[in-house]
Design a protein around this ligand. Sequence first.
Ligand code: 4NP
Length: 150
Amino acid sequence: MVCLGNICRSPLAHGILESKLPKDQFYVDSAGTANYHVGDLPDQRSIAVAKANGIDITHQRGRQFKVADFDTFDYIYVMDHSNFENVIKLARNTNDIAKVKLILEVDDTITDKRVPDPYYGGDSGFVNVFELLDTATSIISKDLLKPSSN
Ligand code: 4NP
């Protein structure tokens, strides 16, 4: 799960997806394309909306996306088009590129495929992000848990 700062959107995507998958079978992580918040806790507003929905994300710390992540992960979900461009710039080949998807592409009911950056807004932006990611990660986890996808 990748956003810009790895403190608002991707920590939520990480925590929510992790809560929907068996821990012994799936490794979920998140990163930012920028290095502004390396080592930082998620934003307090992300922590709060996650907690209100029964998910603890306080063990997470910010890290920057790195080329080796293309080898570690089978799927790389980005939150918006800018994140997409930044991750694609680091791709080494078509295999790497094929792993990168806008997370809202999984949700056919949504036309605007950006998970909006809530950093400079109020708490309602974080609730909106949670809801978008809750729906998208339900679709992703259902798909990953289908017997045919393994
Ligand atoms: P995120 O939000 O990409 O969802 O983690 C942001 C967090 C911090 C900054 C920008 C976006 N920043 O400029 O520090």
